[in-house]
Each structure stands twice: as C-alpha cells, then as structure tokens.
Ligand binder design. Structure first.
Ligand SMILES: Cc1ncc(COP(=O)(O)O)c(C=O)c1O
Length: 427
C-alpha cells in the first residue's frame, strides 16, 4: 500500500481541519513485523502505550502480535479495550497509587513491574484486600551504563531497584509470598539506543545483573523483560538506524544464561512501533519578517501539540523538519532562514530555531512533520494555554478508519464543596 502523500494530506486537512495528526496504521503493522524479525526467535513483544495511547493505533499493535505495557489508569482503559483477555497486560511505572493498583487488579491485571519495596508492599496490601495472588517482575537498575537518548537505568534515576537493595533480601521477599509471586525481572535502559552494538551491550549488562540477583535470591525466573529502546528518527526524515545483526547478537548473549536459561524473553517498544506511522499537519498562521533579518513562521501547532518536553528546554530541542505541502511548482524554490514557532504566548513555544523554509511559503500554506507517531501529542504540553487538542485520524489501506480527539478542559466535579468549613479553617 502506498504511503500517504502531499495530496492525501491536503485532502485530509481540508476535510478535518488543521492542526491534524495523521497515522498510517499500515506502518504500525510493518514496524512490528520488522522488529519481530530482528528479535530472538520466540521473544515476546510489548507495545508501550506511553509512546502513543491512540486506541486505533494500540489495536493495530495488538493485531500485529504485540502485548501491552501500561503505566496509568487511562492507558489501562485503552489497553483493556484492545485485548481479548487481560492475562498478558503488564502494569508498570515508578509511583503507583493504591487507587490505581486496585483499578488495575479489578480490571484483571495480574502482572506488575515493581520498582521498589514500597511499591511491592503497597501491591501486596491491595492484592491481599482483594484476596488475589499476583505476579511481579522486579524492575532493576543495573549499575553498568549504556549510552541512550534518555538514560533510565545504568544511571542515578528514580527507576527500579539497585542491585544492593535486593541482594540479601530473600527473607523479605518470602514474607510477601502470600499475595506476590516473583516471576522475573524487568530492565529498561532508555530510549533511542542508537545501534545494534549498544542494544546488545544493554542486554548483556541486564542479563549479568539478572544472573547475580537470581543467584542471590535463589530464584529461577520464568520471565525476563529486557526493555528495548529501539531507535527511530523523531520529527525528521533521517535514515533510521539499522537493526541488521541484532537477532544473532542477542541470541548469542541469551545462550550464555544459566539460572535464567529457561525464562521467556520479552522486549518492549513504543517508539519503533509507533513513530513512523504519525505525521503532524499544521498551517502557517503568520510570517513575521523582522528588521534584524530574523523571520518567524507562526503555526497553529506548538509545544502544546508536539515535542512539549523539549519545548521546556529540559531536553535538547528536537529540530523538527517541516515539509511544505503546497503545489509542487513552488516546492522547488529557494530557501530562507526562519524560526518556526507555535501559537502560544511564550517564547518557549518554538519547534525549530534558525531552520530554513521555502522562500515562497505563505500564510495559509500547509506543512507536515514526519515521524511523530511516538511521543508526539502524548508527550506534549496539552494543557498549556488551553487550546483544543488536534484531531487525530487513523488510516488503514489509505482510507480513514478512526477519528479521535483528546478530551480537554476542566470538568466541574459533582461532589459538593464545603466552602463554609474551608473558610473557617483558613481564618
Ligand atoms: C519502562 C519503559 N518501557 C518502555 C518504554 C518505551 O520506550 P521506547 O519508546 O524507547 O521504545 C519506556 C519509555 O520511556 C519505558 O520507560
């Protein structure tokens, strides 16, 4: 099936408006196929909804053979709708509340990635209240580092147990056995691990740590979730890093396991599965040519719709690439420097600084940003300045199959507010 092109994007924007996220679900199927071909034979693959919880995209990942990894009640609600059975759902994340743990258990989740003793004891308590037995994967943070786009393990972060927190804790684990069965380990090193060698290194470090802990805790794990961090360009048309050689490299590492030799192997991916499917369409609202020579191109989409966390300056700016979608005769014309900004009242609302735009780009023209199906809308500052979320449209075989929009704005809650007692307390 041919990929959507400028004509398709123009037609969709004319019909559904701008800004518009367009997802090509065929790309999700393709990406899952490519990843599975490059992973060890028989390995399970989890789609991480944090990359994009769009229901039709999640359903496509499931249809292509993924299980689902979730980290919030809303992700869980989407996941529960997408699967025939909740048996394979994995619930993770570093700060799970009692309320969400009970929601997860009542929804049917029976497997959790556990990040600390507090997390584990909280789960034990809630599972006990509901009379349930649950399985946990101990999320570990190995001390050996591997370079990634955003390191989450092998670095001093809030994620997982450090080995020392577990090594001599078998009695403490045994004390929780009434409601918790430790079935394995979970390691996630970080996102955008940029080469086969680095991914293989991360798996090697993870297995070494798992072997040490299995020995110390006298465990024979049945599941190892080894994360992934499989790379894909973000908001650019760059060539994606090749995964060629990954399968044999990983199989050689896994063949050396001892205590964990019989465990099932799982990987997780958000970015690699979802990124390629998504394109953001936006319209030029204003073009400001300053006397200094600086040109600002104002779009109807800003950091509220794309790349929000980098917009805050906490991460390197993504430097998105914008493709003009106007008539082809104008596409060939010469370029000029410009800074591309969104419609928000903040100088932080900048999507690309000192990039180049076609000389002939005009107010009203449509442009597109590729490879934003992962960490696009979902990682943005949707609440900032209260603008509506863009429409999101999913295509299958080139045809629209689902239309979504993130709900937005303050709901007034039903419970009565006792203003009288609050005022008394304050004075
Ligand atoms: C625990 C965990 N698993 C999976 C993912 C998905 O990673 P990626 O999108 O790089 O595949 C993340 C991303 O932050 C994560 O924290």
């Amino acid at each position: 099936m041919p990929r959507p092109d400028a004509n398709v994007y123009r037609t969709l924007a004319a019909q559904y408006g701008s800004p518009l996220y367009v997802y090509d679900l065929d790309r999700v199927t393709e990406q899952v196929g490519t990843l599975r071909k490059n992973l060890p034979t028989g390995a399970g693959l989890y789609y991480s909804l944090k990359a994009n919880p769009l229901p039709s995209l999640v359903q496509s990942a499931v249809a292509a053979g993924c299980h689902l990894e979730v980290t919030s009640p809303n992700e869980l609600a989407v996941a529960a709708q997408a699967v025939a059975s909740t048996d394979h759902l994995l619930y993770g994340g570093p700060g799970k509340t009692e309320a969400e743990l009970s929601t997860a258990l009542l929804t049917g989740v029976r497997r959790f990635s556990i990040e600390s003793w507090t997390d584990m004891e909280r789960l034990h308590r809630i599972a006990g209240t509901l009379g349930l037995q649950v399985q946990v994967l101990l999320r570990i943070n190995p001390s050996d580092a591997v370079a990634s786009g955003l390191a989450m393990s092998g670095a001093d972060t809030q994620f997982g147990f450090c080995e020392e927190e577990l090594l001599d804790q078998k009695p403490r684990l045994d004390g929780l056995a009434e409601h918790i069965e430790v079935t394995g380990f979970h390691v996630y090193y970080g996102t955008q691990i940029g080469s086969v060698d680095k991914i293989a290194d991360s798996v090697e470090f993870a297995i070494a740590s798992i072997e040490r802990l299995s020995e110390a805790l006298d465990l024979s794990p049945s599941i190892l979730d080894l994360g992934g961090g499989f790379p894909w360009p973000y908001g650019k048309l760059d060539e994606p890093p090749s995964l060629h050689g990954l399968r044999p490299a990983l199989e050689a590492i896994l063949a050396k396991r001892r205590r964990s030799a019989r465990a099932e192997i799982w990987f997780e991916s958000g970015r690699f599965v979802a990124a390629a499917s998504g394109t953001l369409l936006a319209t030029v609202l204003d073009l400001k040519q300053r006397a200094s020579g600086e040109c600002f191109l104002v779009l109807d989409a800003g950091i509220n719709h794309l790349g929000g966390m980098s917009g805050l300056g906490r991460l390197p700016r993504a430097g998105f690439q914008f493709q003009p979608l106007q008539a082809s005769s104008r596409e060939q014309e010469s370029a000029r420097p410009a800074t591309i900004v969104g419609p928000l009242c903040s100088p932080l609302d900048c999507l690309a600084r000192k990039t180049s735009i076609p000389q002939a780009l005009q107010v009203g023209d449509l442009i597109s940003v590729p490879n934003v199906g992962a960490y696009g809308l979902t990682a943005s500052l949707l609440g900032f300045l209260s603008r509506p979320a863009p429409i999101e449209i999913a295509l299958r075989d080139g045809r629209p199959v689902a239309l979504h929009q993130w709900r937005h704005g303050h709901d007034r809650l039903q419970s009565a507010v006792n203003t009288q007692s609050l005022t008394e307390e304050l004075i």
